[in-house]
Design a protein around this ligand. Structure first.
Ligand code: CA
Length: 222
C-alpha cells in the first residue's frame, strides 16, 4: 500500500482528499503545518507527498527546497490556489514533480497521484528481493516472509542502498553521503548507529548485514 504524506491546512479540502485517496487504496498521513511535513518526510518512507504551497508556518516552496537539499527524493505534487505561471515554474524548478491549481476535480487529483506513483514504480529496480525480504521502492514498503517491517526514512535509505548492491561492499563514506544531506552535521558513528537499528529490524529471518572492517558493509545474498 503506497503511503502518502499530505500537507494541507484547508480542512474541508483535506477531508475530501484524504477520503478519496483512502478509498483508492492509499494510506494517508495528513498534517496541517509545513514543519511537520519536513519532519515526517525525513523520518518515514513515503511513496508520495502532496503539498499545499500556502501553508501557515513554512511555505510549501520552502518545504520542498529543504527536502530536496536534505536528499529526500520522494515525488512531490504541489497544490496552489494561486494561478501564477511564476509559481508553477518556481515549484518545478525546486524539484516538484507535478502541479495542480485549486480548485480541482477530485478525480483529476487521483489520476495525477496514480501517474506519479506509477512513474516511480516504472523505475528499473523498483522491487528488490533477497531471500524472504521484498523491498518495493515505489511504495516504500518492506516485508520479510510476508511480515511488514516499518522503517524510518534513513533506515529505509540505508537498506535500499545496500540492497541495490547486494553481495558488494558499500563504503561507509558512500552510505553516509546517501543518508545525510550535504549541509547536515554528521557524527562519526552515525552510519554504525543506523546499521545497528536496521539489523535489529531485519531480525530474526531477514538478510544479514555484514561488517567488513575498514571497508564498509554488505548484504549477504545467501
Ligand atoms: Ca493553504
Amino acid at each position: 500500500m503506497t503511503r502518502v504524506l499530505f500537507g494541507e491546512d484547508d480542512r474541508a479540502l483535506a477531508r475530501g482528499v484524504v477520503a478519496l485517496l483512502k478509498t483508492a487504496g492509499y494510506s494517508v498521513d495528513h498534517v496541517e503545518e509545513g514543519h511537520l511535513v519536513l519532519e515526517m518526510a525525513q523520518e518515514e518512507a513515503y511513496g508520495l507527498i502532496i503539498l499545499d504551497i500556502g501553508l501557515p508556518d513554512v511555505s510549501g516552496f520552502d518545504v520542498l527546497r529543504k527536502l530536496r537539499s536534505a536528499g529526500v527524493d520522494i515525488p512531490v505534487l504541489l497544490l496552489t490556489a494561486r494561478d501564477a505561471l511564476e509559481d508553477r515554474v518556481a515549484g518545478l524548478n525546486l524539484g516538484g514533480d507535478d502541479y495542480m491549481l485549486k480548485p480541482f476535480e477530485p478525480a483529476e487529483l487521483e489520476a495525477r497521484v496514480r501517474a506519479l506513483v506509477r512513474r516511480r514504480q516504472g523505475g528499473s529496480s523498483s522491487v528488490i528481493t533477497v531471500g524472504g525480504l521484498i523491498c518495493d521502492q515505489a511504495t516504500g514498503t518492506v516485508t520479510i516472509n510476508g511480515r511488514p517491517v516499518k522503517l524510518r526514512r534513513r533506515e529505509w535509505a540505508l537498506l535500499v542502498s545496500l540492497l541495490t548492491r547486494t553481495g558488494k561492499v558499500v563504503a561507509k563514506e558512500r552510505l553516509s553521503s546517501e543518508l545525510f544531506g550535504h549541509d547536515e552535521p554528521v557524527g562519526p558513528n552515525a552510519v554504525e548507529l543506523y546499521i545497528a537499528r536496521l539489523r535489529k529490524k531485519l531480525q530474526p529471518d531477514g538478510p544479514a548485514i555484514r561488517t567488513l572492517r575498514g571497508l564498509g558493509y554488505m548484504i549477504d545474498p545467501s
